[in-house]
Design a protein around this ligand. Structure first.
Ligand code: ATP
Ligand code: MG
Ligand code: MG
Length: 565
């Protein structure tokens, strides 16, 4: 069992804490509400919320909403939901836009300090000022940098009042163009944007940039440790510069490595394409690694935190295989969910001499290892269903399941059965019925298989969706012809007539199974928290397409890594 707190006790995050051992720790998770969260964001959530929690502090959920053109309400709601699903509660939900007035004030102050100017150069000119192609030519400032404070203030107010069109003017910070770090080369602080903001409406014609906003909002909220990903390493200097120059409280920024999964795509643009092309059903498709998708598939939130804990947090970016992720999920499910018998592709077996057993019930434990999970009754019957793959028309020395003349055990049933004959449908070539007898001589059959009684004895017909990898290659982003040419045609197999034993009703009633997990349950309770091991096959969870009469199950992960689909 991985201790999810391990990432705070040792290594990078422990070092970060030692650099500033204050109390209370205050952190923030700052998503831009322009898309759905993915597995990489789960790391950022675990790091920011977890770090604060571990040190007895608090974490804000701050929506970084300074690009009105890309942002929408639905993304807010989805982001909030995913954070609580992962078991975290923000101390408050804030928005960068809450601070638009204060940020504007700070911009005027910066102008007053002679540390910002309104520039009216075009993109080509700015590029030249910053060293031109490859930064090869000497950097210089334009004439706008020489404007007086009064002139800059007037022009900035004109920007605010809508007197400039987009791109005609922008506010630049006056930093240090002699520095080797491009983040010091007079970055933009405000730009003119003729776009309504979904929270502030048409109040603003100018919007602050990330570089101006983030460090100040961190400061306003009293963030002690501003943890972000390594693409912001160079930004640390501009982050510190602005807070220091304005004389406001200075949070400490430190950077950790991003998390990516191989064998899938995480970028919004690419997932959008998969949805548009109907390769997946929606953003919460279980074949995707959006948090919505992973949740719907039935992956428990606790296993995601364990996964992040197992990988650890360092300054390097990591690309992790889906297999490694699934291994972590599997280990978690192994100790936390009950077991049931599920038959994906049922074939009836008529046990000719089972009259005296017909209608008796067997008690089956929900877990062979954990008596706390209890047990349930399954009715035996003269006709049982087994999986088609557990029967062969001809006996074979390497096949230890059912075949004519061969004996196999039925899980939890005292007597094994021996097949005597079978019937086939000539048009389909499929076996339609197997006849068998009890084999009271064989005490220890080589193999036990799962079985279910008919629907009349309490079983239930269910639809089961078994997912394979969505892509053929490990790096669909680099696939010849692009990721859309790399789709694995076998990415979903649907079993419409699968049968599940009656214990499913109790698993559903008791879900989620905190007594099994032995830990406080993280935010869950939807259909996806009805999870179980389908013995000998895989782990499954109930899909949100389920209704009272039609249960749909998703395969979460197979029991073994190489089990294919
Ligand atoms: P994407 O482009 O994948 O949506 P982003 O950086 O634009 O990523 P934000 O909404 O800005 O997404 O992300 C919120 C927080 O999550 C940021 O602090 C960001 O650094 C972090 N984050 C985003 N992707 C990852 C990742 N793959 N691994 C770790 N942290 C991440
Ligand atoms: Mg984003
Ligand atoms: Mg971002």
């Amino acid at each position: 069992v991985i201790d999810p707190d391990i990432i705070f006790k040792t290594g990078f995050l422990d070092e970060v804490y030692k650099l500033r051992t204050v109390k209370p720790v205050v952190t923030r998770f700052p998503p831009e509400p322009n898309g759905y969260l993915h597995i990489g964001h789960a790391k950022a959530i675990a790091v920011n919320f977890g770090f604060a929690k571990y040190h007895g502090g608090k974490c804000f959920l701050r929506f970084d909403d300074t690009n009105p053109e890309a942002e929408e309400q639905k993304f807010f709601d989805a982001i909030k939901e995913m954070i609580s699903w992962l078991g975290f509660t923000p101390c408050a939900i804030t928005h960068s836009s809450d601070n638009f007035d204060l940020l504007y004030e700070k911009a005027e102050q910066l102008i007053q300090l002679g540390k910002a100017y309104v520039c009216q150069c075009n993109d080509a000119e700015i590029k030249l000022q910053r060293g031109g192609e490859k930064g090869a030519s000497p950097r210089y400032r334009c004439k706008h940098a020489e404007q007086s404070v009064e002139e800059n203030l007037q022009k900035f107010r004109d920007m605010r009042d809508g007197k400039y069109k987009p791109k005609e003017a922008f506010l630049r910070m006056k930093q240090d163009i002699t520095s080797g770090n491009p983040q010091n080369w007079d970055l933009a602080a405000y730009r003119v944007l003729d776009a309504p903001h979904f929270r502030t409406g048409s109040k603003w014609k100018i919007y602050p940039t990330y570089d101006f906003t983030h460090c100040l909002c961190d400061s306003f909220e009293g963030i002690t440790h501003s943890l972000c990903t390594t693409e912001f390493v160079l930004s640390r200097e501009s982050y510190e510069w602005l807070n220091k120059t304005l004389g406001v409280y200075e949070p400490m920024q430190r950077e950790y490595g991003r998390l990516a999964l191989s064998g899938t795509v995480l970028s919004k643009r690419k997932i959008m394409k998969l949805v548009d092309e109907k390769i997946v059903r929606d953003w919460d498709d279980p074949r995707l690694y959006t948090l919505k998708g992973i949740k719907r598939r039935g992956v428990p939130p606790g296993s995601i935190l364990e996964f992040v804990g197992e990988l650890g947090v360092t300054t390097s970016n990591s690309v992790i295989s889906i297999q490694r992720f699934e291994q972590c999920v599997r280990k978690y499910l192994e100790r936390t969910v009950p077991r049931l018998m599920l038959v994906l592709d049922p074939v009836p077996v008529i046990i000719e001499d089972a009259d005296e057993l017909d209608g008796t019930s067997f008690s089956i434990p929900f877990s062979p290892k954990d008596p706390k999970m209890g047990s349930h009754e399954v009715k035996f019957s003269k006709t049982v269903y087994i999986d088609r793959s557990d029967f062969r028309e001809e006996a074979d020395p390497s096949f230890f399941r059912l075949a004519p003349g061969k004996t196999v055990g039925l899980l939890s049933v005292p007597y094994p059965i021996k097949a005597v004959s079978f019937t086939k449908d000539d048009s389909t070539g499929k076996v339609t019925e197997i006849r068998a007898v009890l084999d009271k001589e064989t005490k220890k059959p080589k193999t036990y298989i799962q079985w279910v009684p008919p629907e009349s004895a309490g079983s239930r017909k269910v639809e089961v969706r078994v997912y394979g990898p969505l892509f053929k290659s490990d790096d669909p982003n680099a696939a010849p012809g692009g990721f859309l040419e790399d789709i694995n045609p076998d990415n979903e197999t649907i079993y419409r007539d699968a049968l599940i034993e009656s214990g499913f009703d109790e698993v559903k009633k008791r879900a989620p199974w905190p007594e099994a997990a032995g830990e406080s349950e993280l935010g869950q309770g939807g259909p996806e928290s009805v999870r179980f091991q389908g013995m000998r096959i895989a782990y499954f969870a109930m899909d949100s397409d389920s209704t009272d009469n039609h249960v749909v199950l998703n395969r979460i992960v197979p029991l073994k890594e190489d089990a294919g689909k």
